[in-house]
Design a binder for this molecule. Structure first.
Ligand code: HEC
Ligand code: HEC
Ligand code: HEC
Length: 260
Protein backbone atom coordinates (compact mmCIF):
# COMPACT_ATOMS: atom_id res chain seq x y z
CA UNK A 1 0.00 0.00 0.00
CA UNK A 2 2.70 2.41 1.08
CA UNK A 3 4.83 1.75 -1.99
CA UNK A 4 1.83 2.17 -4.21
CA UNK A 5 1.04 5.56 -2.71
CA UNK A 6 4.64 6.67 -2.98
CA UNK A 7 4.63 5.60 -6.55
CA UNK A 8 1.45 7.54 -7.23
CA UNK A 9 2.86 10.59 -5.51
CA UNK A 10 6.04 10.40 -7.56
CA UNK A 11 4.01 10.06 -10.68
CA UNK A 12 1.87 13.07 -9.86
CA UNK A 13 4.75 15.28 -8.84
CA UNK A 14 6.76 14.36 -11.89
CA UNK A 15 3.77 15.17 -14.08
CA UNK A 16 3.51 18.54 -12.39
CA UNK A 17 7.23 19.24 -12.64
CA UNK A 18 6.93 18.28 -16.26
CA UNK A 19 4.64 21.27 -16.72
CA UNK A 20 1.92 19.59 -18.75
CA UNK A 21 4.25 19.16 -21.72
CA UNK A 22 2.64 16.94 -24.33
CA UNK A 23 4.20 13.74 -25.60
CA UNK A 24 4.90 15.42 -28.93
CA UNK A 25 6.77 18.31 -27.28
CA UNK A 26 9.01 15.83 -25.47
CA UNK A 27 9.80 14.18 -28.78
CA UNK A 28 10.51 17.51 -30.40
CA UNK A 29 12.92 18.48 -27.61
CA UNK A 30 14.87 15.25 -27.92
CA UNK A 31 14.76 14.95 -31.72
CA UNK A 32 18.02 14.45 -33.60
CA UNK A 33 16.98 14.49 -37.24
CA UNK A 34 19.39 12.84 -39.66
CA UNK A 35 21.57 14.88 -42.00
CA UNK A 36 19.34 13.64 -44.80
CA UNK A 37 16.16 14.91 -43.10
CA UNK A 38 17.82 18.29 -42.51
CA UNK A 39 18.91 18.54 -46.12
CA UNK A 40 15.43 17.62 -47.31
CA UNK A 41 13.95 20.26 -45.01
CA UNK A 42 16.35 22.88 -46.34
CA UNK A 43 15.37 22.09 -49.93
CA UNK A 44 11.70 22.27 -48.93
CA UNK A 45 12.05 25.52 -47.05
CA UNK A 46 13.80 27.07 -50.05
CA UNK A 47 11.53 25.65 -52.70
CA UNK A 48 8.11 25.67 -51.10
CA UNK A 49 8.23 28.89 -49.21
CA UNK A 50 4.88 29.98 -50.53
CA UNK A 51 3.06 26.75 -50.00
CA UNK A 52 3.36 26.83 -46.24
CA UNK A 53 2.35 30.20 -44.85
CA UNK A 54 1.92 31.28 -41.28
CA UNK A 55 -1.69 32.32 -40.71
CA UNK A 56 -0.86 35.92 -39.85
CA UNK A 57 0.70 36.37 -43.26
CA UNK A 58 -2.29 34.74 -44.86
CA UNK A 59 -4.59 37.22 -43.16
CA UNK A 60 -2.61 40.10 -44.52
CA UNK A 61 -2.23 38.75 -48.03
CA UNK A 62 -5.74 37.64 -48.78
CA UNK A 63 -8.81 39.75 -49.31
CA UNK A 64 -11.81 39.28 -47.04
CA UNK A 65 -13.63 36.87 -49.29
CA UNK A 66 -10.84 34.32 -49.07
CA UNK A 67 -10.30 35.01 -45.46
CA UNK A 68 -13.89 34.17 -44.75
CA UNK A 69 -13.60 31.03 -46.78
CA UNK A 70 -10.49 30.13 -44.84
CA UNK A 71 -12.29 30.61 -41.52
CA UNK A 72 -15.06 28.34 -42.61
CA UNK A 73 -12.78 25.41 -43.29
CA UNK A 74 -10.46 25.88 -40.35
CA UNK A 75 -12.77 26.22 -37.37
CA UNK A 76 -11.08 24.10 -34.76
CA UNK A 77 -7.74 24.30 -36.46
CA UNK A 78 -4.80 22.40 -35.05
CA UNK A 79 -1.24 23.15 -34.00
CA UNK A 80 -0.14 21.88 -37.41
CA UNK A 81 -2.41 24.31 -39.24
CA UNK A 82 -0.46 27.21 -37.83
CA UNK A 83 1.83 26.49 -40.77
CA UNK A 84 -0.12 24.16 -43.02
CA UNK A 85 -2.90 25.43 -45.20
CA UNK A 86 -6.52 24.86 -44.13
CA UNK A 87 -6.84 22.05 -46.66
CA UNK A 88 -3.38 20.55 -46.26
CA UNK A 89 -3.67 17.71 -48.77
CA UNK A 90 -3.11 18.68 -52.37
CA UNK A 91 -0.56 16.32 -53.89
CA UNK A 92 -2.60 13.22 -54.59
CA UNK A 93 -5.62 13.97 -56.65
CA UNK A 94 -7.26 10.69 -55.79
CA UNK A 95 -7.28 10.97 -52.02
CA UNK A 96 -6.87 14.65 -51.20
CA UNK A 97 -10.56 15.53 -50.92
CA UNK A 98 -11.21 12.58 -48.61
CA UNK A 99 -8.22 13.37 -46.42
CA UNK A 100 -9.14 17.03 -46.17
CA UNK A 101 -12.68 16.01 -45.24
CA UNK A 102 -11.34 13.73 -42.50
CA UNK A 103 -9.25 16.57 -41.09
CA UNK A 104 -12.51 18.13 -39.90
CA UNK A 105 -13.05 15.36 -37.39
CA UNK A 106 -9.71 13.58 -37.11
CA UNK A 107 -6.64 15.36 -35.72
CA UNK A 108 -3.64 15.59 -38.03
CA UNK A 109 -1.62 13.68 -35.44
CA UNK A 110 -4.01 10.72 -35.37
CA UNK A 111 -2.90 9.95 -38.91
CA UNK A 112 0.61 11.43 -38.95
CA UNK A 113 1.92 10.62 -35.45
CA UNK A 114 2.18 6.86 -35.17
CA UNK A 115 5.51 6.12 -33.50
CA UNK A 116 6.56 2.51 -33.27
CA UNK A 117 6.21 0.92 -29.87
CA UNK A 118 4.01 3.69 -28.44
CA UNK A 119 0.35 3.11 -27.75
CA UNK A 120 -1.93 6.08 -27.86
CA UNK A 121 -5.55 6.15 -26.79
CA UNK A 122 -7.85 7.84 -29.24
CA UNK A 123 -10.56 10.08 -27.82
CA UNK A 124 -12.62 13.05 -28.84
CA UNK A 125 -10.72 16.18 -27.97
CA UNK A 126 -12.50 19.51 -27.64
CA UNK A 127 -10.08 21.99 -29.17
CA UNK A 128 -11.79 24.93 -27.49
CA UNK A 129 -11.49 23.67 -23.90
CA UNK A 130 -8.58 21.28 -24.58
CA UNK A 131 -10.37 18.47 -22.77
CA UNK A 132 -11.40 14.97 -23.70
CA UNK A 133 -15.17 14.82 -24.26
CA UNK A 134 -17.82 12.18 -24.87
CA UNK A 135 -20.38 13.71 -27.21
CA UNK A 136 -23.75 11.96 -27.54
CA UNK A 137 -23.87 11.76 -31.33
CA UNK A 138 -20.35 12.31 -32.55
CA UNK A 139 -20.63 10.45 -35.87
CA UNK A 140 -22.53 11.62 -38.90
CA UNK A 141 -22.64 8.39 -40.84
CA UNK A 142 -26.15 6.99 -41.01
CA UNK A 143 -27.65 9.90 -39.08
CA UNK A 144 -29.46 13.05 -39.94
CA UNK A 145 -26.61 15.57 -40.24
CA UNK A 146 -28.22 17.82 -37.58
CA UNK A 147 -27.90 15.11 -34.98
CA UNK A 148 -24.16 14.97 -35.13
CA UNK A 149 -21.62 17.10 -33.34
CA UNK A 150 -18.11 17.37 -34.72
CA UNK A 151 -18.96 18.94 -38.06
CA UNK A 152 -17.62 22.36 -36.98
CA UNK A 153 -14.16 20.91 -36.51
CA UNK A 154 -13.90 21.81 -32.83
CA UNK A 155 -14.07 18.18 -31.79
CA UNK A 156 -11.60 15.80 -33.30
CA UNK A 157 -10.43 12.27 -32.62
CA UNK A 158 -6.95 12.83 -31.22
CA UNK A 159 -4.17 10.74 -29.68
CA UNK A 160 -3.87 10.73 -25.87
CA UNK A 161 -0.93 9.56 -23.82
CA UNK A 162 -1.34 8.82 -20.09
CA UNK A 163 -4.72 10.53 -20.18
CA UNK A 164 -3.39 13.79 -21.67
CA UNK A 165 -3.54 14.98 -25.27
CA UNK A 166 -0.31 13.73 -26.93
CA UNK A 167 -0.16 16.88 -29.02
CA UNK A 168 0.34 20.55 -28.16
CA UNK A 169 -2.59 22.97 -28.30
CA UNK A 170 -2.72 25.23 -31.33
CA UNK A 171 -2.02 28.42 -29.40
CA UNK A 172 -0.19 27.44 -26.20
CA UNK A 173 3.34 28.42 -25.19
CA UNK A 174 4.88 25.68 -27.35
CA UNK A 175 3.08 26.84 -30.48
CA UNK A 176 4.09 30.42 -29.72
CA UNK A 177 7.73 29.45 -29.33
CA UNK A 178 7.77 27.45 -32.56
CA UNK A 179 6.04 30.13 -34.58
CA UNK A 180 8.31 32.84 -33.29
CA UNK A 181 11.36 30.80 -34.26
CA UNK A 182 9.83 30.05 -37.62
CA UNK A 183 9.08 33.71 -38.34
CA UNK A 184 12.42 35.01 -37.16
CA UNK A 185 14.57 32.16 -38.45
CA UNK A 186 16.97 32.10 -41.36
CA UNK A 187 16.27 29.42 -44.00
CA UNK A 188 18.80 27.14 -42.30
CA UNK A 189 17.17 27.63 -38.89
CA UNK A 190 13.73 27.03 -40.35
CA UNK A 191 15.00 23.85 -41.94
CA UNK A 192 16.35 22.66 -38.59
CA UNK A 193 13.01 23.47 -36.99
CA UNK A 194 11.04 21.70 -39.70
CA UNK A 195 13.25 18.62 -39.45
CA UNK A 196 12.93 18.40 -35.65
CA UNK A 197 9.18 19.00 -35.66
CA UNK A 198 8.63 16.35 -38.28
CA UNK A 199 11.07 13.79 -36.89
CA UNK A 200 8.33 11.99 -34.94
CA UNK A 201 5.81 12.34 -37.81
CA UNK A 202 5.00 10.09 -40.73
CA UNK A 203 4.94 11.56 -44.21
CA UNK A 204 1.88 9.59 -45.11
CA UNK A 205 -1.06 8.67 -42.96
CA UNK A 206 -2.39 5.14 -42.56
CA UNK A 207 -4.19 3.46 -45.40
CA UNK A 208 -7.94 3.95 -45.56
CA UNK A 209 -8.50 0.37 -44.44
CA UNK A 210 -6.51 0.90 -41.23
CA UNK A 211 -9.72 2.45 -39.88
CA UNK A 212 -12.30 1.22 -42.35
CA UNK A 213 -12.08 -2.43 -41.32
CA UNK A 214 -13.39 -4.73 -38.64
CA UNK A 215 -10.08 -6.58 -38.50
CA UNK A 216 -8.10 -4.89 -35.69
CA UNK A 217 -9.17 -1.36 -36.62
CA UNK A 218 -6.99 1.51 -35.51
CA UNK A 219 -9.92 3.27 -33.81
CA UNK A 220 -12.32 1.75 -31.31
CA UNK A 221 -15.38 3.38 -32.84
CA UNK A 222 -17.76 2.09 -30.21
CA UNK A 223 -15.66 3.55 -27.40
CA UNK A 224 -15.71 6.81 -29.36
CA UNK A 225 -19.50 6.79 -29.26
CA UNK A 226 -20.56 5.21 -32.54
CA UNK A 227 -23.73 3.15 -32.46
CA UNK A 228 -23.40 -0.48 -33.59
CA UNK A 229 -25.01 0.31 -36.92
CA UNK A 230 -22.63 3.21 -37.49
CA UNK A 231 -19.63 1.03 -36.67
CA UNK A 232 -20.72 -1.29 -39.48
CA UNK A 233 -21.37 1.56 -41.89
CA UNK A 234 -17.94 3.05 -41.25
CA UNK A 235 -15.99 -0.20 -41.22
CA UNK A 236 -17.60 -1.61 -44.33
CA UNK A 237 -17.89 1.62 -46.28
CA UNK A 238 -17.48 0.95 -50.02
CA UNK A 239 -15.29 3.91 -50.88
CA UNK A 240 -12.34 3.23 -48.56
CA UNK A 241 -12.38 -0.47 -49.40
CA UNK A 242 -12.41 0.49 -53.07
CA UNK A 243 -9.23 2.49 -52.36
CA UNK A 244 -7.44 -0.62 -51.17
CA UNK A 245 -7.68 -2.03 -54.70
CA UNK A 246 -5.35 0.60 -56.09
CA UNK A 247 -1.84 -0.68 -56.58
CA UNK A 248 0.37 2.11 -57.99
CA UNK A 249 -0.14 5.82 -57.42
CA UNK A 250 -1.12 6.43 -61.04
CA UNK A 251 -3.28 3.37 -61.47
CA UNK A 252 -6.78 4.23 -62.62
CA UNK A 253 -9.71 2.08 -61.64
CA UNK A 254 -13.15 2.39 -63.13
CA UNK A 255 -15.54 3.90 -60.65
CA UNK A 256 -18.09 1.28 -61.63
CA UNK A 257 -15.84 -1.15 -59.75
CA UNK A 258 -17.25 0.38 -56.59
CA UNK A 259 -20.43 -1.59 -57.21
CA UNK A 260 -18.61 -4.88 -57.19
C1 HEC B 1 6.57 25.63 -38.16
C2 HEC B 1 5.78 25.23 -39.30
C3 HEC B 1 5.22 23.82 -39.36
C4 HEC B 1 4.46 23.18 -38.40
C5 HEC B 1 4.02 23.71 -37.03
C6 HEC B 1 4.12 21.90 -38.95
N1 HEC B 1 4.64 21.76 -40.21
FE1 HEC B 1 4.46 20.16 -41.45
N2 HEC B 1 5.67 21.02 -42.81
C7 HEC B 1 6.21 22.29 -42.70
C8 HEC B 1 7.05 22.55 -43.88
C9 HEC B 1 7.83 23.83 -44.16
C10 HEC B 1 7.00 21.39 -44.67
C11 HEC B 1 7.70 21.16 -46.01
C12 HEC B 1 6.63 20.96 -47.05
C13 HEC B 1 6.55 22.01 -48.09
O1 HEC B 1 7.19 23.05 -47.97
O2 HEC B 1 5.81 21.73 -49.03
C14 HEC B 1 6.13 20.45 -43.97
C15 HEC B 1 5.82 19.18 -44.45
C16 HEC B 1 4.94 18.30 -43.84
C17 HEC B 1 4.56 17.00 -44.37
C18 HEC B 1 5.07 16.36 -45.67
C19 HEC B 1 6.19 15.40 -45.39
C20 HEC B 1 7.48 16.07 -44.96
O3 HEC B 1 7.96 15.81 -43.85
O4 HEC B 1 8.01 16.87 -45.73
C21 HEC B 1 3.66 16.46 -43.49
C22 HEC B 1 2.97 15.11 -43.59
C23 HEC B 1 3.48 17.41 -42.43
N3 HEC B 1 4.27 18.51 -42.65
C24 HEC B 1 2.64 17.22 -41.35
C25 HEC B 1 2.59 18.06 -40.23
C26 HEC B 1 1.83 17.78 -39.03
C27 HEC B 1 0.96 16.54 -38.82
C28 HEC B 1 2.06 18.79 -38.15
C29 HEC B 1 1.54 18.95 -36.75
C30 HEC B 1 1.85 17.88 -35.80
C31 HEC B 1 2.94 19.75 -38.82
N4 HEC B 1 3.24 19.26 -40.07
C32 HEC B 1 3.37 20.94 -38.28
C33 HEC B 1 6.02 23.20 -41.68
C34 HEC B 1 5.33 22.93 -40.50
C1 HEC C 1 -7.32 10.39 -42.18
C2 HEC C 1 -5.90 10.49 -42.11
C3 HEC C 1 -5.24 11.84 -42.27
C4 HEC C 1 -5.51 13.00 -41.57
C5 HEC C 1 -6.58 13.26 -40.53
C6 HEC C 1 -4.53 13.96 -42.01
N1 HEC C 1 -3.70 13.40 -42.96
FE1 HEC C 1 -2.18 14.34 -43.96
N2 HEC C 1 -1.90 12.68 -45.12
C7 HEC C 1 -2.58 11.49 -44.99
C8 HEC C 1 -2.12 10.57 -46.04
C9 HEC C 1 -2.64 9.15 -46.25
C10 HEC C 1 -1.14 11.25 -46.79
C11 HEC C 1 -0.36 10.74 -47.99
C12 HEC C 1 -0.83 11.39 -49.27
C13 HEC C 1 -2.14 10.86 -49.80
O1 HEC C 1 -2.43 9.67 -49.67
O2 HEC C 1 -2.87 11.67 -50.39
C14 HEC C 1 -1.03 12.59 -46.19
C15 HEC C 1 -0.19 13.59 -46.65
C16 HEC C 1 -0.01 14.82 -46.06
C17 HEC C 1 0.90 15.85 -46.53
C18 HEC C 1 1.80 15.71 -47.76
C19 HEC C 1 1.40 16.60 -48.93
C20 HEC C 1 0.08 16.47 -49.63
O3 HEC C 1 -0.25 17.45 -50.27
O4 HEC C 1 -0.66 15.47 -49.62
C21 HEC C 1 0.79 16.91 -45.67
C22 HEC C 1 1.54 18.22 -45.72
C23 HEC C 1 -0.19 16.54 -44.65
N3 HEC C 1 -0.67 15.28 -44.93
C24 HEC C 1 -0.56 17.35 -43.59
C25 HEC C 1 -1.67 17.11 -42.76
C26 HEC C 1 -2.20 18.06 -41.79
C27 HEC C 1 -1.60 19.42 -41.49
C28 HEC C 1 -3.30 17.48 -41.23
C29 HEC C 1 -4.27 18.06 -40.23
C30 HEC C 1 -4.95 19.28 -40.62
C31 HEC C 1 -3.44 16.16 -41.84
N4 HEC C 1 -2.44 15.98 -42.76
C32 HEC C 1 -4.45 15.25 -41.51
C33 HEC C 1 -3.55 11.19 -44.04
C34 HEC C 1 -4.11 12.10 -43.16
C1 HEC D 1 -7.71 7.40 -38.83
C2 HEC D 1 -8.88 6.66 -39.28
C3 HEC D 1 -9.37 6.85 -40.70
C4 HEC D 1 -8.65 6.78 -41.86
C5 HEC D 1 -7.17 6.50 -42.04
C6 HEC D 1 -9.61 6.98 -42.94
N1 HEC D 1 -10.86 7.17 -42.43
FE1 HEC D 1 -12.57 7.50 -43.51
N2 HEC D 1 -13.62 7.77 -41.79
C7 HEC D 1 -13.11 7.60 -40.51
C8 HEC D 1 -14.16 7.84 -39.54
C9 HEC D 1 -14.00 7.78 -38.02
C10 HEC D 1 -15.32 8.15 -40.29
C11 HEC D 1 -16.72 8.45 -39.76
C12 HEC D 1 -17.02 9.89 -39.73
C13 HEC D 1 -18.45 10.14 -39.30
O1 HEC D 1 -19.32 9.29 -39.52
O2 HEC D 1 -18.72 11.18 -38.74
C14 HEC D 1 -14.94 8.07 -41.70
C15 HEC D 1 -15.82 8.30 -42.75
C16 HEC D 1 -15.51 8.10 -44.07
C17 HEC D 1 -16.46 8.20 -45.16
C18 HEC D 1 -17.94 8.49 -45.01
C19 HEC D 1 -18.16 9.94 -44.90
C20 HEC D 1 -19.61 10.25 -44.61
O3 HEC D 1 -19.88 11.42 -44.41
O4 HEC D 1 -20.44 9.35 -44.55
C21 HEC D 1 -15.77 7.96 -46.34
C22 HEC D 1 -16.32 7.96 -47.74
C23 HEC D 1 -14.39 7.70 -45.96
N3 HEC D 1 -14.27 7.80 -44.58
C24 HEC D 1 -13.38 7.43 -46.86
C25 HEC D 1 -12.03 7.27 -46.52
C26 HEC D 1 -10.96 7.14 -47.48
C27 HEC D 1 -11.13 7.10 -49.00
C28 HEC D 1 -9.80 7.02 -46.76
C29 HEC D 1 -8.39 6.91 -47.27
C30 HEC D 1 -7.97 7.88 -48.27
C31 HEC D 1 -10.17 7.07 -45.33
N4 HEC D 1 -11.53 7.23 -45.25
C32 HEC D 1 -9.28 6.99 -44.28
C33 HEC D 1 -11.81 7.26 -40.16
C34 HEC D 1 -10.76 7.11 -41.06
Amino acid sequence: MFTRLTFLFLLTSSTLAWGGRSWFEGRYESAHPTAEARQKALDQVRKHKDEVVIRDDLDRKLPTFHKRLEKKVTTGETFCQNCHLPLPHSKKLRSRAFLNMHSRYIACATCHLRPEGVRFDYRWLDYASWRPVRPDHPFRTGLDIDNSIPIDGNLKIAPFFSGEPAIPPKDGPFAEKILRRWREGTPAQRAGLKARLHAPLEEEGPECVACHTSDRPMLDLQALGAEAEQVDLIQFHRIPSFFSRYRGDDEKLKIIGILR
